[in-house]
Structure formats: structure tokens, C-alpha cells
Design a protein around this ligand. Structure first.
Ligand SMILES: C[S@@+](CC[C@H](N)C(=O)[O-])C[C@H]1O[C@@H](n2cnc3c(N)ncnc32)[C@H](O)[C@@H]1O
Length: 253
């Protein structure tokens, strides 16, 4: 079967495998300027607490080198450096994201925070990371992996670029474990989020895609199995907000 014949999900649609990355690129280029404000509006600011929880679980050591893949406008990298504080000046964060429009917002935010010397932004694909093997102590990916065409390939790359003893942490929308909350969440996601997206970014389709892609992403256990299959050990997850979001952790030994 050629790449043109193989289909992958793009929201609720199935599209040729070699089309997905272009479609995802268009979504994030269209929303980049308003991406951060949209996150606050869609989640009532709760995405900030979820990202804090990821960095708390990572609990980085002074000197740690972080790679934040699909890092967009830099939220995870900034939190990582804030957590370590100015004493851990040897720690660096590298943000790698496929979309130059998201990256350029991140570069400007780092400049405004005085962090330009401690965060490097690179354009690159999670499936073919532009870094040598065994380069980083920690790999994070927040709300990024469901956008990647071949998730197994991205996990294999995560394993390759981590040093032995390195940590993988993923923050992603997941399966809600409470039926009442699930109904409310569905109503909010399918009715309100696309309407807010339309009002703020003039792109309803982008936010329909984001909501649909969440429903197509594997639930907690199957995703943990994929992480294990990529070579990681001691794979665990923690639900946040009743499973609206889950954090998955694994170690490279
Ligand atoms: C929902 S945003 C998350 C941004 C950031 N991590 C955050 O939590 O705010 C998803 C990001 O994934 C990026 N992305 C999508 N496919 C990618 C790929 N194959 N490789 C690297 N980044 C990718 C997009 O460009 C976008 O910036």
C-alpha cells in the first residue's frame, strides 16, 4: 500500500497519510496569533494547572536538559525553567515544533520573559527529530502527540533522543471516567468551543478539528501500551480533571 492509499484520522475524517501534516499545519498557522488566549477561554484557564502538574511530576533536577516537542508557544519550557529557578542556570529547554508560526510566537514570548538564552526554538517534526541520539534528560509533549501522523514513530524518536535514565512525559486529552461530566464536556466541546474559535480566530474548522482529534486519540491504557512498545519502562499515567486530560510517564533504562 502506498502513502497515498493509507488513511489516517484528521478529526472525524480519514485522510491520506501524506495529507495530514499539511492539514494540521494549516490549523496551527491559522490560530497561532490567538492560540494562547484561546487556551484560556476554552479551558477557563485550567490548561495552566494541567501544565503545572506535568512539570511537578517531572520534578526536574538542576542542570537537566529538556526537549519539549510540539512545544508551540513555549508554555512547558517556560514552566520547566521557572520550576528550576535562576540557581539552575545550566538547565536549558529546547522547544521543537513543526510549525514556524507557532515557533515565532514562542520566540517572542521567551524574549519578553528574558529567557532567550535558556530556551532554544527549533522547527522540526516529532517523527524525525533533528537531534542526535541520547541528547536530553527529559522529553515532554503537551497536547501535541494526537496531531502527529504516526504516533509510534514519534514515540520511537522520543526514546532515541533521551539519554539512558531519561524521562518521557506526555500531557494529552484522554478518556473521561465520569458519565455526567462526559456529557457536559461533550456539549461544551462540540457546541461551545468551535463557536469561541470562530469568534476569536475566525476559524471554526480549526477548533472542530481539535475537538474531534481528542475523541480519536487512544484512551489511557492503549496509549500506555504504545509507550511501552516504543521501549519505555515503568509506564504509568495519572488522570487530571476526571480523565479530561492524562499525563503518561515512562523511563528509558
Ligand atoms: C495544541 S498545540 C500544543 C502546543 C503546546 N505544547 C501547548 O501545550 O500549548 C499542538 C502543537 O503541535 C505541533 N505539531 C503538530 N504536528 C507536529 C509534528 N509532527 N511535530 C512537531 N510538532 C507538531 C503544532 O504545530 C502545535 O504547535
Amino acid at each position: 500500500m502506498s502513502d497515498n492509499d493509507r488513511k489516517v484520522s484528521f478529526g472525524f475524517r480519514d485522510v491520506p497519510e501524506n495529507e495530514k501534516s499539511r492539514l494540521v499545519g494549516r490549523v496551527f498557522s491559522n490560530v497561532a496569533q490567538r492560540y494562547d488566549i484561546m487556551n484560556d477561554l476554552m479551558s477557563f484557564g485550567v490548561h495552566r494547572l494541567w501544565k503545572d502538574a506535568l512539570i511537578d511530576w517531572l520534578s526536574p533536577s538542576p542542570g537537566a536538559q529538556l526537549l519539549d516537542v510540539a512545544g508551540g508557544t513555549g508554555d512547558i519550557a517556560f514552566r520547566f525553567l521557572d520550576k528550576l529557578g535562576s540557581k539552575a542556570s545550566a538547565s536549558r529547554a529546547t522547544v521543537c515544533d513543526i510549525n514556524p508560526d507557532m515557533v515565532s510566537i514562542g520566540v517572542e514570548r521567551a524574549r519578553q520573559r528574558g529567557l532567550s538564552t535558556r530556551v532554544a526554538f527549533t522547527c522540526g517534526d516529532a517523527q524525525h527529530l533533528p537531534f542526535p541520539g541520547e541528547s536530553f534528560d527529559a522529553y515532554t509533549i503537551a497536547f501535541g502527540i494526537r496531531n502527529v501522523t504516526n504516533i509510534d514513530q514519534a514515540l520511537t524518536e522520543a526514546f532515541r533522543v533521551l539519554k539512558p535514565g531519561g524521562r518521557f512525559l506526555c500531557l494529552e486529552f484522554s478518556k473521561v471516567d465520569n458519565p455526567i461530566l462526559e456529557r457536559l464536556y461533550d456539549m461544551w466541546s462540540f457546541n461551545v468551543i468551535p463557536a469561541i474559535g470562530h469568534a476569536i480566530t475566525n476559524d471554526r474548522n480549526a477548533y472542530e478539528y481539535l475537538v474531534e482529534s481528542i475523541r480519536r486519540f487512544p484512551p489511557q491504557k492503549p496509549f500506555a501500551d504504545m509507550i511501552t512498545a516504543a521501549g519505555f519502562s515503568q509506564v504509568k499515567w495519572r488522570d487530571l480533571t476526571s480523565g479530561i486530560v492524562a499525563m503518561h510517564s515512562g523511563w528509558k533504562f
